[in-house]
Design a protein around this ligand. Sequence first.
Ligand code: BGC
Length: 814
Amino acid sequence: MGLRSKHNEATALVRQMTLQEKASLCSGKSFWYIKGNERLGLQPVMVTDGPHGLRKQTSSGDHVGLHTSVPATCFPTASALASSWNPQLLREIGVALGEQCVAENVAVLLGPGVNIKRHPLCGRNFEYFSEDPLLAGEMAAALIEGVQSQGVGTSIKHFAANNQEFGRMFIDVVVDERTLREIYLPAFEVAVKRAQPWTVMCAYNRINGTYCGEHDWLLNQVLREEWGFEGLVVSDWGATNDRVDGVRSGLDLEMPASGPDNDNKVANAVASGTLDEATLDTTAIRVASLSLLGADNVQNTVALDQVAHHTLARRAAAECAVLLKNADDLLPITKTTSFCVIGAFAKQPRYQGTGSSQVVPTTLDNAYDAIATLTGRTDIAYAPGYHPKSDALDADSIDTAARLAAEHDVALVFAGLPTIYESEGFDREHMRMPEQHNLLIEAVCRANPRTVVILSNGAPVEMPWIDQPAAVLEMYLAGQGGGGAAADLIFGDANPCGRLAETFPLRVQDVGSNPWFPGGDGRQVHYREGLYVGYRYFDTFNVPVLFPFGHGLSYTTYEYDDIDVSPTWSADREPLSVRVSVTNSGERKGSETVQVYVRSPAGAAYRPVHVLAGFTRLPLQPGEIGEAIVTLEPRAFACYDAEAQRWVTLPGEYEVCVGASSRDIRQTAVVQVRSEDAVSRTLRGPSMEGGQLQVDDAVFADMLGHAIPPPESTQPFHRNSTLNEIAAVRIGRIFKDFAMRAYLKQLGGLSDPTLARMFEEMARTMPLRALPLLAGGGGGKKGISNAHIDALLNLVNGRFLKGLWQLLRVQLHR
Ligand code: BGC
């Protein structure tokens, strides 16, 4: 049941509202509540983060995970979940999340995040599913279906092209429409069309000059008209730039509370005729519908089974883990093997990321205890090897660990990225693990090559030591059940069946988008690599990688035979079915993820060599032969012709390739595609020269279909200048210090170094217009108000007298 079910009731209510009431309905009541309308009996309802657990704050609210929240099951984060390639699992987790929301009277869970991993250093990649839009969309749709089956809404985020943390509140993503349509939008499109999330959260950034929250093309034309979205668009927290433009362009709800300023602007715009009242009515009806639907459902009750949810979290973590390497089938080891446990993460697990998604878990497994329980042993030798929260070098700890490894048959080394290495709010600086972790692994491997490395990290890392350990198990950020899951996998109680939902590059310099990430010099980031994201780049140009997209080993083996697909297909026909038989040729039961890639003929459009077109998971007993049936949607063969504004399917010989990764193709078949389509002009794209993508200004302009837009000027300073930028002048520096202190005070002090770093980065690059919202005030009595910002702009732009006079007036009227 979606928002539409409340349309009539909501319309009747909005008809009874005054102009001011309607305007006011469309902004938050507080950090987490939607206002409602007391006079008309419309209740305030709560929305809250998301995505892999519930972060319900009952006292102070914040959008960075600073203040505590009620305990809730912490499931694996999105990069792990996507590695399951198992929509059914995502649905189950969605149901559990929905139940928790019902139990806590939360109307909308703010997730999932489906932004594409354009570059492995995006600080928030742990919260996103994949570098592939089809996989990300399928995972998101399943999670949404699960949550919403419980009568709780979701907020798919961050719409759109929010692929980095650097400058996220002002950066302008310059990207061609074909790339948007084929890479950055389809995950949203799949999820919206399939699962109708109650809400879509618009991103902070701009796309081609326009903030996502005032992007009529994005919100009204594409999302609503083309995809048929029936729900409400909510701003990311503090993303509102021009509220009136936002209403005009389809941004319904501004979050969090912004004080009366923006509501007044909206009401005044209607009164003065610059905003159509019917547009405001439509917006208000959507917000009222959400309140009504939310209020209905939060009256439900559910008997929460926390133990069952934890069991699900543990099973999910095991299903998500990816066995990257397993020389001589070292894994699984028997419970009686002589082994030692090395690495502080075994006792103090790294299991989720920092920022708005941070959950207080109901309980937390650690691998050391789980191994002890599973093996029934009480004497497991252990050495920490490093400090869990810092990357300081410590040779003694390494020596002790190496000695321990030499005394045992197998060494289990838990390593990865400490919290400070990846977080919302800032991007990673490099793709390396801490040197201490690398040195530890190398030393342990020298002492005992029968070493298993178990990794906890939210995104790819370089592995300079990859030839040395016998086995590597990628757990990602596995949630509260991750420790137990690691034990299950190491000792063979579970069989790894995860597959990478992203490529692990050898070096960050090898990544297609690397020359243009994160951009920002001129407040712009150019997506010059176009379609060449992830494996689309690596595979097209045969760039060596550490582990390819889709890779993952198992304790059993699978054989593929007898591909069966129609030899011809017409573009105007039904989806195309691909069948292949898969045999479990090993001795353990397992689940194989059968991946289907479509390889296009060379032609008039630049294209990646192949794209993922479908997949399925096949559970198989030892010796069992199963049939994988994968349905390819017509879109799998199409490309977007931006000039003609339509999807086109070019005729020709396509290859349907079935395999166990993008580089492990086991069966292929040729399909002759019949179509009358042609592209309106040759679609040019980047080329490869000297081992790097070349996209000069002429090619990029050609991709864009127009000249590259100049970046926004930084002077004179304006409402979207950042604290960092205004610090170029003395008075700006003084204000920056003051604002940072005010923000810090609001957050209540920061002792955690990752939070401190996140705060620092966010504050430095926060546009001035967001300060009233996120540093308190919003026209209210305390904090920084919009009037303060106006005064400040006069001051930093050299209009001292005017600025001072304004400041005086603001203070006098408080
Ligand atoms: C994040 C969102 C989150 C919101 C509320 C923002 O900073 O980008 O993902 O839902 O805060 O915490």
